[in-house]
Design a protein around this ligand. Structure first.
Ligand SMILES: [Zn+2]
Length: 169
């Protein structure tokens, strides 16, 4: 019998969980830049924020659950040290997820790869996030050759998150 692999989980700064299906992260690992001709890859992360309920009252978004992602499209611009989403496929897939989930799932962040073992965001990465997602919260993932960098964007800066562990709940 096929056994489903457990989801991966880490903690957000406000105390909630970030949940990533193992299938989704494995899809991102397929784009790791392991050979020296591999170009950067990236896409958007799709999912939803879950509110905390205190005394029956919905509080601010607390948990984040990823459900899907987009992967590079041939119209995107890819190089060894850069990835730029150009195809409308990314936004179309987000809209589709939104429609098919009763408006629950939407854009929740972005991911891309780096040709380095243990990735850190570049100055250009940070400048782009400050331009594109300023004031909004998001989940950011950079897939390196050996490890990943995963962060919570609080609207203004990136807060790196602890390593993912398998969800044992
Ligand atoms: Zn980068």
């Amino acid at each position: 019998m096929l056994q489903t692999r457990p989801d991966l989980i880490t903690c957000l700064p406000m105390g909630g969980y970030l949940i990533i299906p193992s299938k989704l992260i494995e899809q991102l690992y397929d784009y790791r830049q392991l050979s020296n001709i591999d170009t950067e890859a990236g896409g958007v992360l799709i999912g939803c924020w879950r509110n905390r309920v205190v005394n029956g009252v919905n509080k601010e978004p607390f948990h984040a659950e990823l459900t899907d992602c987009t992967t590079p499209h041939r119209r995107d611009k890819r190089s060894r040290y850069g990835f730029f989403r150009r195809s409308s496929y990314h936004i179309k897939k987000v809209l589709q997820a939104w429609k098919h989930s009763s408006k629950e799932q939407s854009y929740i962040g972005e991911w891309h790869t780096h040709p380095e073992p243990h990735p850190k965001p570049s100055n250009e990465d940070i400048a782009q996030w400050q331009q594109n997602i300023s004031g909004n919260k998001a989940i950011l993932i950079i897939i390196g050759q050996k490890s990943n960098w995963i962060a919570y964007w609080d609207g203004f800066s990136a807060v790196p998150l602890p390593n993912l562990v398998q969800d044992a709940r």
